[in-house]
Design a protein around this ligand. Structure first.
Ligand SMILES: Cc1cc2nc3c(=O)[nH]c(=O)nc-3n(C[C@H](O)[C@H](O)[C@H](O)COP(=O)(O)OP(=O)(O)OC[C@H]3O[C@@H](n4cnc5c(N)ncnc54)[C@H](O)[C@@H]3O)c2cc1C
Length: 495
């Protein structure tokens, strides 16, 4: 398409949506050219047009125009995604979803909130706190990442071991499909339903490839009255996992639980050293740390803490005495003020990029996965940062594992090594009876080899995509290869 065609489309969008919602200047377009995926520092894909709709109707009108001209529509929220999923690799219209940020209703009686999905998770919780309520989905990126991308990426949250994540929260949603059709899907404020076909899960983790998610009704909870946070030291990852299993089996009110390998512990020992100018008091045998929190009424929390310590002793673990380290773990998850994210250790985010393969492995294969990670990272010339096992389903060990490395995005060779690392790690996850991704999705980079996980089901997925988005305008080049999807025809006709 020629520049003058884009100018024509932008003009049509301006006439339809009004002023202040359509942008074509380079500096505007630059802001939507990257996300947090480690890539060559010089690489940038500019959208041709940026649109910021403020209502579902505006979003629908915009998609109808894009569909008429068959140009890509790429939903963009906080830009903190790590798989290139919001990068406009084929140009087109980047849609800034943050204009849809209004809280429509806080229904205290029914414990739901209905909101525009462009609201950040942090802001939503600030508003809910005024009612003593809480949306307990808590990614570290919450100051920037939105409810819409929590749905579109099905991302991880710190408190999922108690509350679950998007499939457990999302009751109802309004979407705009690739033809501009507005659809309400879900079961209003009911928590469960067995009518019709359940379309909502299709949008959870769809990465903008089926349409724009515009509104959500979410299940919410009372703010916890009390909380206790502990750091527990173990001789191995397996010991830490077994101990966590024991806490859950005992019925304790576990609110969050992260198992870090010895290397990842360096995050916290380093920040401790910077702050206190001494080494933390940690036994030499330590090779894993479990950070865990409990919530509920204060008596329950006190009991949970005491009982947990008793169980941990029985499983050969020990309490981490350095409370400053426990605090820095909590800060790393909740305040965005964690020192290693800002300062120069071992290199800051400005020097190098934090990259993590985000695999889902069955609990019995974690140690095996860890050994393979060390080999694969080394083979691809990447500095190893360590592994953290998040738990993402209520009341059980449900590993979503971040296998982290540093990536030097000023070195194209290192960036290539990173993407090869992601690929080899992804294959490894499937070989170990797991899944390639638990919070990134496929994005731009898993195309081509995600068939290794899904086989012929990938063809069925592409047919489903075509039902919602017949012209493949919704985030093309993500999840599915454009060449493959162009070969698929699905015809739906209504007499
Ligand atoms: C410092 C940092 C910490 C992080 N911590 C976590 C964490 O704890 N847990 C975790 O899971 N991830 C984490 N991430 C990764 C990232 O934040 C999440 O994947 C997040 O969901 C991306 O949100 P975003 O709003 O920035 O979305 P974007 O990067 O803008 O978009 C992500 C994808 O969602 C699509 N999308 C966005 N909004 C919509 C919509 N309304 N309708 C349809 N599609 C849409 C986009 O097209 C794209 O495919 C972290 C990232 C960083 C940089």
């Amino acid at each position: 398409m020629k520049d003058q065609d884009y100018e024509e489309i932008a003009q049509k969008l301006r006439e339809t949506l009004g002023e202040g919602k359509v942008f074509t200047q380079t500096f505007h377009r630059m802001a939507y050219s990257r996300d947090w995926s480690p890539r060559d520092a010089k690489e940038a894909y500019l959208p041709d047009i940026v649109v910021r709709p403020f209502s579902i109707e505006e979003a629908s009108k915009m998609v109808k125009i894009a569909n008429e001209y068959k140009i890509p529509v790429i939903p963009y929220a906080g830009g903190t995604g790590m798989s290139g999923a919001s990068v406009p690799i084929y140009g087109g219209i980047s849609v800034d979803m943050k204009g849809l940020d209004k809280v429509k209703e806080v229904d205290v009686k029914n414990m739901t909130v209905t909101c525009g999905v462009g609201i950040t998770i942090l802001r939503l919780n600030e508003i809910l706190a005024e009612y003593g309520l809480w949306f307990p989905h808590d990614p570290e990126s919450k100051p920037a990442s939105t409810v819409g991308s929590a749905i579109a990426c099905n991302n991880d949250g710190t408190f999922a071991i108690k509350y679950g994540r998007t499939p457990d929260f999302l009751l109802n949603t309004v979407v705009v499909t690739g033809t501009g059709q507005i659809l309400r899907i879900g079961h209003r404020k009911a928590l469960v339903s067995s009518t019709g076909l359940n379309l909502m899960p299709l949008f959870i983790g769809s990465e903008g490839t089926l349409g724009l998610v515009c509104e959500a009704t979410l299940r919410i909870y009372p703010l916890p009255k009390a909380r206790a946070v502990l750091g527990l030291l173990f001789r191995s990852i397996t010991d830490a996992i077994n101990s966590l299993q024991r806490l859950l089996q005992a019925g304790l009110s576990v609110e969050s639980a992260h198992v870090n390998c010895g290397r990842r512990l360096n995050f916290y020992t380093h920040s401790f050293r910077l702050k206190h100018n001494r080494d933390p008091d940690i036994p030499e045998w330590t090779d894993a740390v479990l950070f865990v929190s409990f919530n509920g009424d204060s008596k329950v929390v006190d009991f949970s803490k005491e009982y947990a310590l008793k169980l941990v002793e029985e499983t050969d673990g020990e309490l981490l005495k350095e409370e400053a380290m426990v605090e820095s773990w909590w800060n790393s998850k909740h305040t965005g003020s964690f020192i290693p994210f800002r300062q120069k250790w071992p290199d800051s985010q400005r020097e190098k990029k934090f990259g993590a393969a985000d695999l889902g492995l069955p609990v019995g294969r974690i140690e095996e996965g860890y050994q393979r990670y060390l080999e694969i990272a080394e083979k691809n010339g990447l500095e190893i940062l360590g592994m953290c096992v998040y738990n993402e389903k209520a009341s059980c060990i449900s590993p979503s594992i971040s296998f982290a490395v540093w990536v030097d995005d000023k070195d194209p060779e290192n960036v290539r090594g990173w993407w090869n690392y992601v690929k080899e790690m992804s294959y490894m996850a499937v070989d170990l009876e797991g899944t390639m991704s638990t919070y990134w999705g496929d994005g731009e980079f898993r195309i081509g080899y995600n068939r290794y996980e899904h086989g012929d089901s990938l063809d069925v997925m592409m047919q489903i995509k075509k039902i919602f988005d017949p012209n493949n305008i919704m985030n093309p080049g993500k999840k599915f290869s454009v060449d493959e999807i162009n070969k698929i025809t699905v015809k739906i006709e209504k007499n």
